[in-house]
Design a protein around this ligand. Sequence first.
Ligand code: CO8
Length: 256
Amino acid sequence: MSETLVERPSTAVALIRLNRPDARNALNQAVREQLAAHFTALGNDPEVRCIVLTGGEQVFAAGADIRDMAERGAMEMHLRQTHRLWSAIAQCPKPVIAAVNGYALGGGCELAMHADLIVAGQSASFAQPEVRVGVMPGAGGTQRLTRAVGKFQAMRLLLTGLSVKADEALRMGLVSEVVADDQVQARALELAELIASMPPLAVMQIKEVLLAGQDASLEAALMLERKAFQLLFDSADQKEGMHAFLEKRKPVYQGK
Ligand code: CO8
């Protein structure tokens, strides 16, 4: 049985499932390689308009695989070049929704933060406990967490390894929505279908500009936004969306 599974709940929505329940979905190199391959393939598939990532009903992911790291040296870790695998997820042009039940710890929390939306179950918990095992986050935890929740909450989590439950994570800005535990996947898929019904070129431009703009000056980011906004006026979907509104009918988007 593969450690990650891909399902297609509909033509436009793909669901990636982590499948290492015995190790609480800990991320070993095989899982990271499979995730990179899935996100690359689905990102390139013109039929796919939104991707949901889940660890199932019990646990999202308990972090990088500690058994696999415990005896490694610095050069071995360096030569793994795992940042290239994480980049494949970060660079996915389609919106990604993390559906989080249970623990999202360490690399698991970092994985969730690679998504564009996070839907969490009421009992989900988030933490960056790397400091408790002698290291620190290595897949964006110090940076993406700070961008999501600000310096003082990020420092609290990163320096202590304390975990936050879903409601607190929502208040901090670390998750998008909290729902009942048994509704997480259903709600993530519902949001995915809603996003998939939107014009895909506009959706991808919004994602690209929002993420690139976060790391640019306001002036540069506003220019990125303006250029992307103007670019969309060359799309058939812009004409369709506006004409459909004026003609009081439902738009039919083609991604062109
Ligand atoms: N790595 C490897 N195995 C794990 C991990 C993990 N992170 N988490 C759980 N497991 C395994 C356990 O060893 C155990 O295996 P076995 O049955 O063979 O003994 C099995 O999963 C079940 O675990 P528990 O018995 O502990 O289950 P509980 O339900 O009691 O507890 C917890 C679940 C709370 C998730 C607990 O297992 C735990 O605290 N896990 C470790 C959490 C942690 O510290 N995560 C951070 C890891 S470091 C990290 O993520 C660095 C990220 C850097 C990314 C960049 C990489 C290049």
